[in-house]
Design a protein around this ligand. Structure first.
Ligand SMILES: NC(=O)c1ccc[n+]([C@@H]2O[C@H](COP(=O)([O-])OP(=O)(O)OC[C@H]3O[C@@H](n4cnc5c(N)ncnc54)[C@H](O)[C@@H]3O)[C@@H](O)[C@H]2O)c1
Length: 343
């Protein structure tokens, strides 16, 4: 079997904890190399995982031996690099959010239509065992209709995660980040909600602000560090979404679906990734061991090798982008926002 040759652009924390070893260990892929504008970071990954150091990302895009690229830079470079990679005929796996603004996301949609490659958004929540099983249960009808939901994505702040562990990290800079926790964290939950509910988010109301995070100047950061949202779908499923960079107790990354026949609790308990509580029947708990990897790299490389479409297409990633920008619009204007053309 010919493997997909894949290069990584941007060599920070998500590559350290996820993509480098998942690429090295992937049966459908081999490592072409690494690029970062801090070249020592690329060098260090090459020493550990193989491939070559690229001096410019364009050098990787022009390398005919490279099939696909994984874009893991700060958000403001995602759209430009994705468009150039698609124009060069490469397959693109791009970290979330796909762009720091809606214009960048639209440019990716357009470039994807003309490309020999495809665009995949790294929406890893779709690949967790709990969310896969939850989707299967919802689609089978076993839970009945979803009536409402409640989700939270909250952690102590990106300055504790980024390779640059200070308040000067790009996440707290509006131009480099976009919307702070709304786009950084909200994109995960908007995407997984739409993926599992099988319909878009079409109405949002939100309040958001910056309560605690300071940038490198010591001023309150210009990105949002907290948001509380109400979301609704065209069929009337309603729910809440809490997003926070100030959960100093650690990580909370939960979704609860309240359905006609019972309740699904995804990533709610540390020792069980999915709990299914049926009305009047026994509770079933799934997945008490951690997932070995995110499944994102495997889905990407396998789709390239097997000539299949993108596992998370640009059109679906764009819907999630529209939802998070509507959340921000609602928070900024105080108005409820209806997303037209989202059926
Ligand atoms: N899917 C997830 O769960 C998840 C989790 C964390 C981060 N992310 C995403 O991954 C991306 C990277 O995040 P991170 O936490 O690894 O950031 P990071 O700050 O740790 O690392 C970013 C790296 O990219 C490099 N870089 C930034 N802009 C660049 C550019 N224009 N050209 C070349 N190199 C550039 C930096 O030098 C740095 O090495 C972000 O888009 C983030 O939203 C996704």
């Amino acid at each position: 079997m010919k493997k997909a040759r894949i290069g990584i652009i941007g060599c920070g924390q998500i590559v350290r904890i996820r993509h480098a070893h998942e690429l090295a260990g992937c049966a459908w892929a081999e490592t072409a190399g690494y690029y970062d504008f801090v070249s020592e970071r690329a060098q260090s990954f090459v020493e550990q995982f193989g491939g070559k150091v690229y001096r410019e990302y364009q050098e990787m895009l022009q390398d005919p031996s490279v099939d696909g690229v994984v874009i893991c830079t700060a958000n403001d470079a995602h759209a430009k690099m994705s468009v150039e990679a698609l124009q060069a005929g490469k397959y693109v796996l791009c970290e979330k959010p796909m762009a720091s603004d809606l214009e960048g996301a639209q440019a990716i949609l357009e470039a994807g239509r003309e490309s020999k490659g495809f665009f995949m958004a790294a929406h890893n929540q779709r690949f967790t065992m709990a969310h896969r099983k939850a989707k299967e249960l919802l689609e089978s009808g076993a839970m009945g209709r979803v009536l409402s939901f409640r989700c939270t994505l909250a952690h102590p702040g990106p300055e504790r995660f980024s390779v640059n562990r200070t308040n000067s990290c790009w996440y707290l800079n509006k131009a480099a980040s976009g919307l702070g926790c709304i786009s950084d964290l909200g994109i995960h939950k908007c995407d997984i909600l739409m993926h599992l509910l099988g319909e878009p988010i079409s109405r949002v109301a939100a309040t958001a602000g910056t309560r605690d995070k300071r940038d490198e100047t010591g001023e309150l950061a210009k990105v949002y560090d907290n948001a509380v949202c109400v979301l609704e779908t065209p069929s009337g499923v309603m729910g809440t979404l809490n997003l926070s960079y100030t959960n100093y107790a650690g990580m909370e990354n939960t979704t609860v679906y309240y359905c006609e026949k019972g309740v699904l609790r995804c990533h709610y308990y540390p020792d069980c990734a999915l709990e299914v509580v049926m009305d009047g029947a026994e509770t079933v708990r799934y997945f008490d061991v951690p997932q070995p990897n995110s499944g994102v790299m495997e889905a990407f490389a396998r789709a390239i090798v097997e000539g299949r479409p993108s596992p998370v297409p640009a059109e679906e990633a764009y819907r999630a982008m529209r939802a998070v920008f509507a959340i921000e619009q609602s928070a900024r204007t105080g108005e409820m926002v209806t997303l037209k053309g989202m059926l």
